[in-house]
Ligand binder design. Structure first.
Ligand code: GLY
Length: 397
């Protein structure tokens, strides 16, 4: 893919402009991980972003959940999620080794719980489908759930364990990826890219989240999520260890405990492009959270925030060459799965950059499955909306 060989690197460049081998547009986890992987292969890499890590990843809870997020009709996406989740332990270890950072990577697993019998029936339908795919979901009775998490509400009707669904803290991940990329030689440029033709590089990788719509003409649209952050009282740890994915009187909620005492409560899924936080959403999320884990009523509410997932028409990411634009690759549209898909996206895009043949895993996610109309083509209202503080990011879990 690389149109020229790696250029001479090092020293202060006082001569004519030498284009980098790779320009990555977007310094969210996906863009930074691609930059890290490419720089580690000896390429000259520049990353463009006016506000690294300020987009979807700043809001994301960091669930690495290929099992609990295996939905009906998304088999190919589930295969990619599973592959990437399998790469996470090695990726996290390598990143921790490269940076000395604590990523908040935790492996206690995820409990799926149903509050009422209707909630349990809904959850059961999905986990029966997941078991049919061979995914590891173990049903648990209420008493077994409370053995694992004594704080769960006594009236819970049942649930299941997805032991291999882990978590990482995106607000730790992004600075670590930035450090790793910079240590490997990548250079961050704090300026936005408004047109692909502004970029001069051997290969351009568009990893700009919702911002990819205006750059590429691809159908990436914002899917709003509102999220809360609570803090355990007295500076202690939360009173639960597993990620809890709850069905509570028809509401879907997830609760992600961190060693720092933080609990992330998410998230709404809204076809909107604003970043307003509504009283109704906060009420619904808190009511579901407290119904499932009553002790949360005693926690401090420390943050309410909204972010925009980069959604696509088939809910799957867009990975590979941009039709009609030689030298341009796309890595966007990760929707609900940006954090879990970061390792596989980075590896496979770096392979493409360095001339490797496309991995068969990428075939279902090629950009040419959508008709594109090229650079800077107006897209549907909202899809092009790029909030000032969340321009270049493609990651939400
Ligand atoms: N993967 C969780 C979310 O998008 O809310």
């Amino acid at each position: 893919m690389l149109t020229g060989g790696p250029s001479a690197a090092g020293g202060v460049d006082r001569g004519p402009f030498v284009a980098p081998d790779v320009a990555v547009v977007g310094a969210g986890p996906v863009g930074l991980a691609i930059a890290w992987r490419c720089a580690a292969r000896g390429l000259r890499v520049v990353v463009h972003d006016p506000a690294p890590g300020s987009g979807a990843s700043h809001v994301a809870a960091g669930m690495l959940a290929p099992v609990a997020e295996a939905y009906f009709g998304e088999r190919e996406l589930t295969a990619l999620l599973t592959e990437s989740a399998g790469r996470w332990p090695g990726f996290a270890a390598e990143l921790a080794e490269a940076t000395g950072a604590d990523l908040g990577y935790r492996t206690e697993g995820t409990l799926v719980v149903g509050l009422t019998s209707d909630d349990l029936a809904e959850a059961r339908r999905l986990w029966a489908y997941q078991q049919g795919l061979g995914l590891p979901v173990t049903p648990l009775r209420p008493a077994q759930l409370r053995e694992r998490e004594p704080g769960l509400a006594p009236r819970l009707r049942g649930g299941a364990l997805a032991a291999t669904d882990h978590q990482v803290d995106p607000r730790r991940l992004v600075p670590a990826l930035r450090l790793a990329a910079e240590r490997a030689g990548a250079v961050l440029v704090a300026e936005p890219v408004r047109r692909l033709r502004e970029v001069r590089a051997g290969v351009t990788v568009v990893a700009a989240g919702c911002g990819a719509a205006v750059l590429t003409g691809l159908p990436v649209r914002p899917v709003k999520g509102q999220v809360l952050r609570l803090r355990a009282p007295g500076g202690g740890r939360p009173g639960f260890r597993h990620v809890i994915r709850g069905y509570a009187d028809g509401e879907h909620v997830y609760l992600v405990p961190r060693d720092s005492g933080e609990v992330v409560v998410g998230a709404t899924v809204e076809e909107r492009s604003d970043l307003d936080v509504s009283a109704g959403a906060v009420l619904r999320l808190l009511r579901a959270a407290v119904d499932l884990l009553p002790e949360l009523a005693e926690y401090d509410l420390v943050e309410t925030v909204a972010g925009l997932r980069p959604g696509t028409p088939d809910n799957a990411p867009i990975l590979g060459p941009l039709p009609g634009h030689p030298g341009v690759l796309v890595a966007t549209g990760h929707h609900r799965h940006g954090i879990v898909l970061t390792p596989v996206t980075a590896d496979l895009i770096a392979d493409l950059v360095t001339g490797g043949g496309p991995d068969p895993l990428l075939a279902p996610f090629r950009p040419d499955r959508f008709a594109t109309t090229g650079d800077a083509v107006p897209v549907a209202a909202g899809a092009a909306t790029t909030p000032a503080h969340s321009t270049e990011d493609d990651s939400w879990n």
